[in-house]
Design a protein around this ligand. Structure first.
Ligand code: C5P
Length: 230
């Protein structure tokens, strides 16, 4: 089914590492993190377009220019993001090709996603309203109030959400509209679809699908590449 749009969120907002370079544009093996991420999506046959959402100041930057692979076989468009991740995704949704039935949302700072895993999330949308990549929690999670433990959560039922998070386009757009109407902010896309009653499947992911948010993550990413573990 070649009617899937990928939205890759790469607004260089938020905290920066020691470097003044926004996280999606840090260098990993001679290319930017975002360049690696886009390459993974270009290997997915079902994807018909890629929309990169970044901050307006970066739209004409050299950082972005070098991050877009030359001679890609599908259109790669760039648009301005918003204040929070949720605003950035919403801007991306406005730009999606009207013919697309499925939309796949991915963090620009997760450069090691397997193309097969992306495909699995797309395929699961035949069965559910959406599907996200997640991994079982290896840590025991505690609910805390005033620095005291209130509850230990049964680890066997806890999974950690990653991206991509892939949905039927109409359902995702409606969930976003409802969230803005009701002033709800979610830390991921699935939470908005859950709140509007959607059924979302899980694709078991990998711990290699790291999110580069601190110096430590960048070091791990470099090591994984050097060791050929990606
Ligand atoms: O900050 P957070 O962990 O939510 O970032 C996850 C992804 O969302 C990153 O790839 C970041 O570039 C992107 N993002 C965005 N627009 C924002 C904030 C974050 O595209 N306003």
């Amino acid at each position: 089914m070649k009617s899937t749009s990928a939205i890759i969120v790469a607004a260089g907002s938020g905290t920066r590492m020691k470097s003044s370079v926004p996280k999606p544009f840090l260098t990993l093996d001679n290319n930017t993190v975002l360049y690696h991420t886009i390459q993974r999506f270009l290997q997915v046959a079902d994807i018909s377009e890629i929309i990169i959402v970044t901050s307006s100041q970066l739209l004409t930057s050299e950082y972005l220019r070098v991050s877009i692979p030359k001679s890609a076989s599908i259109p790669i468009r760039t648009i301005a993001g918003g204040k929070q991740r949720q605003d950035s995704v919403y801007n991306g949704l406005q730009a999606v090709n009207p013919d697309s039935i499925i939309v796949c949302i991915h963090d620009g700072v997760r450069p090691f996603i397997d193309p097969e895993t992306i495909t699995s999330t797309i395929e699961l949308c035949n069965q559910y309203d959406g599907a996200i990549v997640a991994v079982p929690s290896t840590n025991t999670l505690k609910e805390i109030q005033d620095q005291l433990i209130v509850k230990t959560i049964d680890r066997d039922i806890i999974w950690q959400a990653q991206t991509p998070q892939t949905f039927r386009k109409d359902i995702l757009i409606n969930a976003y509209k409802q969230a803005f109407r009701t002033n709800v902010t979610g830390t991921d896309d699935a939470s908005l679809v859950e709140q509007s009653g959607g059924r979302i499947g899980i694709v078991a992911g990998s711990l290699r699908n790291i999110k580069i948010t601190c110096q430590h993550d960048l070091l791990i990413a470099q090591l994984l590449l050097e060791k050929g573990a990606i």
